[in-house]
Design a protein around this ligand. Sequence first.
Ligand SMILES: C[S@@+](CC[C@H](N)C(=O)[O-])C[C@H]1O[C@@H](n2cnc3c(N)ncnc32)[C@H](O)[C@@H]1O
Length: 283
Amino acid sequence: MSASPDFRERSRTVWDVMAPGWEAGRHDLWEASHAVSEWLVEGVAPRPGQTILDVAAGLGETGLLAARHVGETGRILITDFAPGMVAAARRRAAELGITNVEFRELDAERMLLETGRFDAVVCRWGYMLMMDPGTALAETYRVMRPGGRLAFSVFGAPERNPWASLVGRILVAEQHMPPPAPAAPGIFGLSDPKRLHGLVVEAGFVAPEVQDVPFTWSFPSVDRYWWMLLEMAGAISPILRGLRSEAQAKVRSQLEEMARPFAAGEGYAFPALCLNVATRKPA
Ligand SMILES: C[S@@+](CC[C@H](N)C(=O)[O-])C[C@H]1O[C@@H](n2cnc3c(N)ncnc32)[C@H](O)[C@@H]1O
């Protein structure tokens, strides 16, 4: 399957619009999910002097974490196809005073990067969103040196991620969107471990380790959860934003009803589950 330019362009625009939300929500998201990135960085075991690529990096949190391990002689390349995300990642690195990083706008499905350049690649919550994750994984393989390590994360099954699946169910039931095909790009696009395993091996990597990594995504208020869906949830936000105000209010009230089991204080504490994958390119 070749990536549709229309899909790619629409997705890039949506994620660019989401960039300010990701920057504003960065602290809370990191508090909730840093264990996912720590697993990924441990998975590639970065060493001083190495060159590491962060794919679909958003604000570059995972790459910036890896930057601490490669030292002054190492390099991290933080990439994303949305210019707003790359600009926000630059600001974050400057804020942290991290200097061994470079930044580039880059589409993961056609990386304009040299073959064999990277010792390791990390990607948190990126491949599942792509039209053709197999091509992105093959591109990842190409730019890695033999023996290089890859660690990436995708979201697990919808029922283990109610923070995203509840609103999706409501939007489908209200016919605001069609039911997503199981392998369609989106938050749950790679939630089937068998497909995930198959894609990794087809791209040439060794049989991967796939591990469940749970976390709790807490919101101090109902408003804050709704804000996240509108400002950060790339797959959901355009649909919610496109609804007339009465339809939006109806979705919100149904969501509040369905999210009751996860109520905590004035807001929510939702379980979330990632599938973290570690593999390597054969030497
Ligand atoms: C869910 S966010 C994750 C951001 C970051 N990796 C993190 O974990 O915080 C997904 C990111 O993937 C990027 N993305 C989606 N498709 C992409 C593609 N084909 N090439 C490069 N980046 C892509 C989006 O721009 C967005 O920044």
